[in-house]
Design a protein around this ligand. Structure first.
Ligand code: FBP
Length: 275
């Protein structure tokens, strides 16, 4: 008789839908709230247009807020797994309050929407760390009981943190994410394969995915970051701006996917941007 619980099977099954070969290219699309519509080029303010492009290009999953899932389900439904992010904040609030992510939905919303995972941010080092942790554990507990993987956006950010991309800081956040029960960790690129390998090691086997960050000056630079992450033992990327601000979002998704899933060299992968 199997000792595996129903919810354990559910979590594993959902993880396999997102990371079919153990790796994933996930499109992050919560910027309308986190940064405001100014983040989007005019042709991508319409959410259906950009979601269509990334779905057609073959992303493995899309991470978005519950309301965005409702607005765009006709595009992704039945085609691409979604991860519902249940925390967020706007940049309209006073600066000292931006270190807190508010509740933006519930695990039950993710279930109702047909999602395959939930996600929430913790700003490790924030004066509001305690509040976000309480919310994280509520999310995690519900996710666990329903068989949903919980992705943590483990972002070191706070008054004591001088450089949020510094390896010692990033690996601390990744370790804290692993020890707080995250099933997937999304965190900052530390600048090199060698340093990111330290982050992966600290996460002790929990899959670590790189957070895309602001659009790089040249696409090749971003693709090199992706390759370094994969060579360091990372399991993929969760990327927004480097795709939806690209002149060729489909080409960018394809190029990233070639590196993540097939180990292609960035100099080869970039050719997908001119096809
Ligand atoms: P990007 O690839 O665009 O960086 O998206 C990842 C992400 O974490 C989004 O999910 C989120 O909206 C944004 O970055 C947060 O950015 P910031 O660093 O300004 O808080």
């Amino acid at each position: 008789m199997s000792s595996t619980t129903y919810s354990g099977v559910g979590k594993e099954t959902r993880l396999r839908r997102i990371l079919s070969d153990g790796k994933a290219v996930i499109f992050a699309f919560d910027h309308g709230v986190e940064h405001g519509p100014k983040d989007f080029p005019p042709q991508h303010v319409n959410s259906e247009a950009i979601i269509s492009k990334v779905v057609n290009a073959g992303v493995d999953a899309i991470m978005m807020l519950p309301g965005m899932a409702r607005l765009t389900y006709r595009i992704w439904g039945g085609k691409v797994p979604i991860i519902i992010k249940v925390s967020s904040k706007t940049n309209l609030r006073p600066e000292n309050e931006r270190l807190l992510q508010s509740v933006f939905g519930y695990v039950e919303d993710a279930i109702a929407l047909g999602a395959d995972a939930v996600a929430a941010t913790i700003y490790w080092g924030s004066p509001y760390e305690d509040i976000m942790l309480e919310r994280w554990f509520a999310v995690r507990e519900a996710a666990e009981s329903y068989g949903y993987p919980a992705l943590q956006l483990a972002y070191p950010r706070g008054p004591e943190i001088k450089d949020r991309y510094q390896v010692e800081i990033v690996r601390y956040g990744a370790r804290a994410a692993a020890e707080s029960g995250a099933d997937l960790i999304k965190t900052y690129f530390t600048g090199s394969k060698e340093t990111f390998a330290e982050v992966v090691k600290a996460a002790s086997g929990v899959p670590v995915l790189m957070s895309g960050g602001p659009r790089t000056s040249a696409p090749l630079e971003f693709l090199r970051h992706v390759k370094a992450v994969m060579d360091a033992g990372g399991k993929g990327v969760v990327v927004g701006r480097n795709v939806f601000q690209s002149n060729n979002p489909e080409g960018m998704v394809k190029a990233i996917a070639k590196i993540v899933h097939e180990g292609l060299n960035p100099d080869e992968a970039i050719k997908y941007l001119s096809r």
